[in-house]
Design a protein around this ligand. Structure first.
Ligand code: FES
Ligand code: FES
Length: 164
């Protein structure tokens, strides 16, 4: 077994520190060492997108990154979306438009959608479908997820919340 290494990073605006083996995946570090279990792990090889978080402002799959690669980075996870107990417009839209279904893909779906809407605040339905093709949903389909993202994009444009 390798010697543990110390990882220091910022997660959802808070300075965090943990010790792990050099081979520890970032997804496992978040869940097991930092207790941030909102990030889900599905395929563990970069296909399903359930583990998507933001690393230095861009969507990234935390199951194909090592925790040591995130040393010094700024991360955002699903736990950082709501502010002061108020849902982010994306969370609110998923809640109101049945975008959640079983909820397994939802953290990855939201983090992918947020990254996408920051780059493209007024997307067409086709653009939304293409963007979320990076995340596999095992439930009944994508219709309500697409609708939720459409509603969220309108709310974000109007309020300015969540666009940065
Ligand atoms: S768990 Fe990371 S892409 Fe599937
Ligand atoms: S909501 Fe169930 S896997 Fe997507």
């Amino acid at each position: 077994m390798s010697e543990p290494v110390v990882i220091r990073l910022t997660v959802n605006g808070e300075r965090r520190e943990g010790r792990c083996e050099p081979r520890t995946l970032l997804a496992d570090f978040l869940r097991e060492d930092l207790g941030l279990t909102g990030t889900h792990v599905g395929c563990e090889h970069g296909i399903c997108g359930a583990c998507t978080i933001h690393v230095n402002g861009e969507a990234a799959r935390s199951c194909i990154m090592l925790a040591v690669q995130a040393d010094g980075a700024e991360l955002q996870t699903i736990e950082g979306l709501a502010k002061d107990g108020v849902f982010h417009p994306l969370q609110q839209a998923f809640h109101e438009n049945h975008g959640l279904q079983c909820g397994f893909c939802t953290p990855g779906m939201l983090m992918v959608a947020l990254d996408f809407l920051r780059l493209n605040p007024s997307p067409s339905e086709a653009e939304i479908r293409e963007a979320i093709s990076a995340v596999l949903c095992r439930c009944t389909g994508y219709r309500d997820i697409v609708r939720s993202i459409q509603v969220a994009s309108e709310a974000m444009r109007k309020s300015g919340v969540g666009t940065r």
